[in-house]
Design a binder for this molecule. Structure first.
Ligand code: ADE
Length: 230
C-alpha cells in the first residue's frame, strides 16, 4: 500500500515531511516529490502549489510516476457553514468544482463535461478510516460532507451563498476537487482532509494569515493519526 499526500502550500506539508524517513527527492515540472516512509508505511508527499491546475498536474504526475494506491489532500479551507469554526476538521465524502459552469448550454451548474458528474465521490473505505483517526483528536469537531474547490479565495457572502445554494458544501478551498477529478480519471482512491482557517467572509483576509498555521497543523495531526493506525 502506497499513500500519496498532497498539500498546496509549504505550511500544509512541512510537518508531514518531518515525519518521513529514508527520503528520496525528485523534481518534475517544478514540483518536488518526496518518497519515503512514515510509521513504516510507504508514502509519496508533494507540495503542489495553489489552485486547480497545479493540483491536477501534481496528482497526474504522482499517479504516473509513483503509482499510489490512494491520494489524500491535506490543508486548510474557508468555512461555508456557521456550525464550522476555525480549527474544525472536514473530511470529504464528495468534491465539487464551484467555478465549473456550462449552464448557458443547458447543463446543471457544476457539471464536469466529459465525465458527466457534478459530485465526485471520495473513497468510502478511506473516509471511514480517516473519520476513525479524527475521533482520537481531543477538543476538535469533525464534519463529513461536500468540499468545494475553485480558483478563487472565497471572502464574501455572495460567493458563499452561491456555493452553498448550488452545492451544499461545508467548506471552500482551491485544490481538492481537481485532485479528486484526476483520481477519478485514473481510477485511484482519494479523500480530502481540511481544517478551517477562516470563515470565507469579509474577515478572511485577516483570519487566514492568523490561523493558517494552526489549521494546517490540525490537518497534519489527522493525517499522522490515520497513517499510524493503518
Ligand atoms: N483556503 C483557506 N481559506 C480559503 C478561502 N476562504 N477560500 C478559498 N480557499 C481557502
Amino acid at each position: 500500500m502506497k499513500i500519496g499526500i498532497i498539500g498546496a502550500m509549504e505550511v500544509e506539508v512541512a510537518e508531514i515531511k518531518e515525519l518521513m524517513n529514508n527520503v528520496v527527492e525528485e523534481t518534475i515540472s517544478g514540483i518536488i516529490y518526496y518518497q519515503g516512509k512514515i510509521y513504516n508505511k510507504n508514502v509519496i508527499v508533494a507540495k503542489c502549489g495553489v489552485g486547480k491546475v497545479h493540483a491536477a498536474v501534481c496528482t497526474q504526475t504522482m499517479i504516473l510516476k509513483y503509482s499510489p494506491d490512494v491520494i489524500i489532500n491535506t490543508g486548510v479551507a474557508g468555512s461555508l457553514n456557521s456550525n464550522l469554526n476555525i480549527g474544525d476538521l472536514v473530511i470529504s465524502d464528495n468534491v465539487i468544482q464551484h467555478d465549473f459552469n456550462t449552464s448557458a448550454l443547458g447543463d446543471p451548474i457544476g457539471l464536469i463535461s466529459g465525465i458527466n458528474l457534478v459530485r465526485i465521490p471520495s473513497t468510502y473505505s478511506i473516509v471511514k478510516k480517516i473519520k476513525q483517526a479524527a475521533e482520537t483528536i481531543k477538543d476538535t469537531n469533525t464534519y463529513i460532507g461536500a468540499i468545494a474547490s475553485g480558483d478563487q479565495f472565497i471572502c464574501s457572502e455572495n460567493q458563499k451563498n452561491y456555493i452553498v445554494n448550488n452545492f451544499g458544501a461545508l467548506c471552500a478551498e482551491m485544490e481538492g476537487a481537481a485532485i479528486g477529478h484526476v483520481c477519478y480519471l485514473n481510477n485511484v482512491d482519494f479523500c480530502i482532509v481540511r481544517a478551517i482557517s477562516d470563515k470565507a467572509d469579509n474577515s478572511s483576509h485577516m483570519d487566514f494569515p492568523t490561523f493558517v498555521q494552526i489549521a494546517a497543523k490540525k490537518s497534519t495531526i489527522l493525517i499522522s493519526n490515520f497513517l499510524r493506525n493503518l
